[in-house]
Ligand binder design. Structure first.
Ligand code: ANZ
Ligand code: ZN
Length: 841
């Protein structure tokens, strides 16, 4: 019999699969699966962004895990769609192009080829006919189309704002791209710059984004991250009068019950009260200096708080009617709440630290040890609930109840607020879709514009899309707050679509995360006619085919990295809701089920290019074959937790596949080669009860494990099953086939090859997933140990519950035992029920 040699068949099968397109479902579902029910299943993995270095095993890990799930679904009778493409626009690719001094246009040609080659080698069941690249004008035309619709629907706007600036990437960043005060990509400390930028109004959707999280079947850690990021807080707006003026300062607080302990007000440095009260502020020059100094710092929780008092003015605490000082402090954020707080040092840790530093009064008003006579100031703020003290007529009230009463008492207004900021969408870089907007000075001066709040701004007409990204040889970011497109007159000089006069194109490009926020709508429609839709009284071509979209979307399972929790995974949800509101789709959540995969560790650190500990799959595939690498990766640990990539383990998997290959020589009938291709019953045929139980157990366990992405334990069970089958002197052909089918999602190539060798014309991957019977799960036999004078001499399977006499009779009949007893009668027989029998001679 031939040895297991993946070189002989892996490449051949992969090419054949692709050529015949066996994993291309009929997307129209017209002839899907012959007469059987049409069951579309959209199996999606997170859009990869490649660089020319290509795929590393960490990426492959995620893809293979997704593929295994899809393969089982296919065997369960679903029409599985598993597309692949490249998220090749954006800073990631551009930075890499800069680093290796190539133009991104040239770079992507190379990386595209390399990446698709590598992906092909994974053995995944991709639908190759539907691949897409975000830098393809046919694709980004629609990305721009989305921008235009966002503008027309009031969801895209431009404003001057303090924004995150990465000096190394020379561009602004969305809040979601700033991690711990640093640029998510290059880990440079982010500073604040005042720039005019485009935003998407994701905050309009905060409430729904939060509410709909609840019922989502998503990885819990991602749901929690989104919840915290959206950050709902239920609070109250309270006015503080400014003494001797008509002015008021409104604060947002979640703890109105602590108002009697509010010993000062604190404003963010951006608060407009400061400039408005310039003449009344005695130390205005100093204040101005302070504000300038803090302006460029990105605020961080851990930083030491600083501030300055506004001299010459006081506020009135509406509860105590006492005068309190007003401070400007950098720990109060300009874009959160009202940009002003009532500071309660005894009950808010930030205020506590600030008050200690600047010697401001600390007044305890919520007492945790009520009804003690006095309530001592603690060495940190007491942020919990309790009973009110030092709070006038509210003394003794529980804080929760006092909240409601005090809101009435001071005339506060309830308000729900979110931490989420609008999505900063423009980038001062080259490698992205130009933002399809035109500004006309002339129109602006005459108060003309598509939108009243955006005078002079016109969106590019749908028929004029795409706005092509021009070739710019020197594409380096300028760092002046403008994209390199701003250096190209021939690009930005244009005619106003309204008045025909001289106008200027927007020169920023859009954020990469917009490219990837809608790609999964495009995949199934790539080779279909786009639909026309009536929106209002407008007939509009949309980026997909409506019928196909209805059949295939939303995505059934989405697998990807948890690091995208508040980036890609939040933006996609937002865009889906926007599309829903526009009447484009009938669902509000893009991914029915999302599972985050774990990370691969190498030498104690996360595998990543920046750490330089990347393992490239190619050499492993060459040495061991792709099935071995796939199974090895999946065996490293629970898929949702990741694992440690070490070389040693791979040999064990290789041995397993060699043995699985060889197992076919145990098949009882040599007629395996002429198997009846038509009738492929998955019925377990085995006569041997022990193996029968094992088969049923394995089908159950492996099926459940795949469903729960516990591929490592599924593989362990495959190993147990293999051991069990190897113990037999002969196995039934049909039992071996069950073994193959269970293995097929993990080792799709070896199993397909064996299937073929047995004379089948069809693919194993469309076979029916084996079924188990509940009543056959329980084992009815056990391995009885037979020893002579305490030494184990024999073992055999027998029924559980066997009686002593029966066991003795059977044991004595065994040739081995007869040999050891040498015709002596045992002096004593020790019997341990369902375990062993020992003869003492
Ligand atoms: C008084 C108070 C007393 C507060 C107390 C807390 C505890 P969450 O729940 O995270 O939304 N706050 C309001 N606006 C702010 C801003 N622009 N920058 C920094 N802090 C701001 O937090 C709401 C609380 O954060 C508010 O309630 C306010 O402090 C502060 F014992 O008001 B609190
Ligand atoms: Zn104009």
């Amino acid at each position: 019999m031939k040895e297991y040699n993946p070189k002989k068949f892996e490449k051949k099968l992969i090419e054949e699969w692709k050529k015949k397109g066996i994993f291309e479902p009929d997307l129209t579902l017209r002839q899907a699966r012959g007469k059987k029910a049409k069951k579309p299943f959209y199996n999606l993995m997170m859009f990869p962004y490649p660089s020319a270095e290509g795929l590393h095993v960490g990426n492959m890990y995620a893809f293979v895990g997704s593929d295994i799930y899809g393969r089982k679904k296919r065997m369960e009778g679903f029409d599985v769609f598993e597309p692949i493409g490249l998220d090749g626009f954006g800073i990631h690719t551009e930075n890499y192009a800069l680093q290796i001094k190539t133009h991104p246009k040239k770079l992507i040609k190379k990386s595209e080829k390399r990446f698709y080659q590598q992906l092909e080698k994974t053995g995944n069941a991709f639908s190759w006919k539907e691949k897409l690249e975000t830098y393809d004008p046919e694709y980004y035309k629609w990305t721009q189309w989305i921008f235009v619709q966002m503008f027309k629907n009031g969801l895209a706007y431009r404003k001057k704002a303090k924004v995150n600036w990465c000096a190394r990437c020379k561009t602004v960043l969305a809040d979601e791209q700033v991690v711990g005060g640093e640029c998510e990509r290059c880990e440079t400390k982010v500073i604040q710059r005042e720039l005019e930028q485009w935003f998407f109004k994701i905050t309009d959707y905060a409430k729904r984004l939060l509410r709909d999280l609840e019922n989502l079947d998503w990885s819990e850690r991602v749901k929690i991250a989104q919840k915290n990021w959206i950050g709902r807080s239920d609070g109250t707006l309270i006015d503080f009068k400014i003494q001797n003026t008509k002015h008021k300062i409104q604060v947002f607080t979640t703890r109105p019950d602590t108002i009697f302990g509010a010993t000062y007000l604190a404003l963010s440095p951006e608060h407009d009260f400061i400039t408005k009260s310039k003449l009344r502020i005695a130390n205005y020059n100093e204040v101005e200096k302070y504000i300038k100094k803090t302006a460029s710092d990105k605020k961080q929780e851990t930083k030491e708080k600083t501030g300055i008092e506004l001299k010459g003015i006081k506020a009135l605490n509406p509860a105590t009617k006492e005068e309190i000082p007003i401070w400007v402090a950098d720990y109060v954020l300009g874009d959160v709440g009202e940009g002003a707080i009532m500071a309660v040092p005894a009950h808010d840790q930030r205020d506590f630290e600030f008050a200690n530093k600047y010697k401001l009064p600390i007044k305890m008003v919520v007492c945790p040890h009520y009804p003690a006579k006095t309530c001592p100031i603690l060495d940190k703020a007491y942020e919990g609930e309790g009973h009110l003290v030092d709070s006038g007529k509210f003394n003794g009230a529980p804080s929760e109840q006092a909240k409601r009463e005090i809101i009435k008492f001071v005339g506060g207004e309830k308000k729900v607020q979110y931490r989420l900021r609008d999505w900063l969408i423009s980038r001062q870089r080259y490698w992205g879709p130009p933002i399809p907007m035109i500004f006309c000075r002339n129109c602006a001066d005459k108060n003309i514009g598509e939108r009243k709040d955006m005078l002079g701004w016109h969106s590019v007409a749908e028929k004029d899309l795409p706005v092509l990204l021009p070739y710019i040889k020197d594409f380096k970011p300028l760092g002046k707050g403008e994209s390199p497109l701003a250096t190209r007159k021939e690009f930005y000089e244009t005619k106003c679509p309204k008045c025909g006069g001289k106008a200027k194109r927007e020169t920023d490009v859009s954020d990469t995360f917009l490219d990837s926020a809608w790609y999964y709508y495009r995949y199934p429609s790539i080779n279909q006619k786009n639909s026309q839709l009536k929106i209002g009284n407008l007939k509009l071509k949309i980026p997909w085919n409506q019928k196909i979209t209805r059949q295939w979307l939303p995505v059934d399972i989405y697998i990807g990295g948890a690091e995208h929790a508040v980036l890609h995974l939040l933006y996609t949800r937002f865009i889906a809701k926007v599309f829903y509101d526009w009447g484009l789709v009938d669902f509000q959540e893009p991914f029915k089920k999302f599972r985050a995969h774990g990370l691969l560790i190498k030498d104690g650190a996360k595998m990543s290019k920046s750490r330089g500990n990347v393992v490239v799959p190619d050499q492993y595939i060459k040495n061991f074959g792709v099935d071995v690498l796939r199974m090895y990766l999946m065996f490293l640990g629970p898929f949702e937790q990741g694992g440690d990539f070490r070389d040693e383990g791979i040999l064990g998997i290789e041995r397993f596949l060699k043995r699985a290959w060889k197992l076919k020589s145990k098949i009882k009938s040599p007629a395996f080669a002429k198997a009846s291709a038509g009738k492929q019953k998955s019925k377990i045929q085995v006569k041997n009860q022990k193996l029968e139980t094992l088969l049923h157990q394995s089908i159950k366990k492996i099926g459940n494990d795949i469903e729960n992405l516990r591929y490592n334990t599924a593989i362990s069970q495959m190993m147990i099953l293999l051991n069990g089958m190897e113990e037999e002197s002969e196995i039934e052909k049909s039992d071996y086939e069950i073994f193959l089918k269970l293995l097929a999602p993990f080792a799709p190539l070896a199993t397909e090859e064996i299937w073929r060798e047995s004379g089948r014309k069809t693919s194993i991957h469309f076979e029916k997933w084996p079924e188990y019977e509940e009543i056959k799960l329980e084992k009815k036999t056990f391995l009885l140990i037979v020893s002579v004078n305490g030494k184990v001499r024999d073992k055999f399977e027998t029924n559980i519950g066997i009686a002593r006499e029966e066991a003795e009779k059977l044991a004595l009949a065994r040739p081995k035992i007869q040999q050891f007893l040498a015709e002596k009668t045992p002096k004593k027989v020790i019997f341990v029920k369902d375990r062993l029998i020992n003869f003492v001679i």
